[in-house]
Design a protein around this ligand. Structure first.
Ligand code: SF4
Length: 108
């Protein structure tokens, strides 16, 4: 499975929620993926909170590395697999929407 991470290509920004958690994109910070973020990172999620670390530290944290290293694994982080799996992201870039990814979420 190939992940085509749009957070490393189309835009260079992060998403910060009202509780101070920094996430690599807004998809992860919202329904239906927010719980995936906490489930996947476990206690490492605290490494992504601005109450605990600076933004630069968070971007280099083990938590962010865990998400990024999953992209080359057999089991990529679920939001990344759904939103940025290569075939979907290529389609999205052509279509300008995420209709296919939305259908994939509903199947799970
Ligand atoms: S879903 Fe994953 S790979 Fe895609 S932009 Fe967000 S963090 Fe990056």
């Amino acid at each position: 499975m190939k992940i085509n991470p749009r957070c490393k290509q189309d835009f260079t920004q992060v998403y910060i929620n009202t509780e101070g958690y920094v996430m690599p994109c807004c998809w992860i910070g919202n329904h239906p993926f927010l719980q995936d973020f906490f489930d996947f990172l476990g206690t490492d999620a605290e490494q992504t909170n601005l109450k605990n670390l600076s933004l630069n530290e968070i971007l280099k944290s083990a938590a962010f590395q865990k998400i990024e290293s999953s992209w080359d694994s057999e089991t990529p982080f679920r939001p990344c697999r759904i939103m940025c799996q290569r075939k979907y992201s290529e389609d999205q870039n052509l279509r300008g929407d995420n209709e296919i990814a939305t259908l994939e979420i509903e199947k799970e």
